[in-house]
Design a protein. Structure first.
Length: 149
């Protein structure tokens, strides 16, 4: 996490969570289309897309010429596949409108992204979990936010 020193757990009703994921996806056929102009556009577009998915947050990301890496918080009320699907479909639609040259790259297909993706969980280490359990002993009904790091 770049430049972040504290990390409060989101609290929802009677639960606290930190469901963080490492996500990678690629352009269809791993084409090298993610040039600087397209990357800049995606940097502005991703936060706009996430406004429609409350609680989802990009912690860090890297857009390379042929793939995207993201660390995201996705609340447990959403499925990871639905969130990634929304991000990919909305960004693809916007990219095709903004960059007409993509229709020449994918001349017979109305696509941008490969249908698959990679996802893995990002865990909290044992010391942080112990700290959380100890913190819970001292809380009144678990209503306070926990600062983990």
């Amino acid at each position: 996490v770049t430049g972040v020193q504290t990390c409060a757990l989101p609290i929802s009703g009677h639960s606290a969570y930190r469901t963080e994921y490492h996500i990678v996806w690629i352009p269809k056929y791993r084409r090298r289309i993610l040039n600087p102009g397209l990357r800049g556009y995606l940097r502005k577009l991703f936060p706009k897309i996430l406004r429609s998915i409350p609680g989802c947050e990009i912690i860090e990301y890297s857009i390379e010429i042929d793939h995207i890496h993201m660390i995201m918080i996705i609340p447990p009320k959403y499925s990871v596949s639905d969130v990634i699907g929304q991000m990919k479909s909305q960004s693809a639609s916007s990219l095709r409108k903004k960059f007409p040259w993509l229709s020449k790259v994918y001349w017979k297909e109305n696509i941008v992204w490969s249908p698959g993706y990679f996802v893995s969980t990002v865990g909290i280490d044992e010391k942080i979990i112990i700290k959380y359990v100890q913190f819970q002993k001292s809380q009144d009904l678990g209503q306070a936010k926990l600062e983990l790091f």
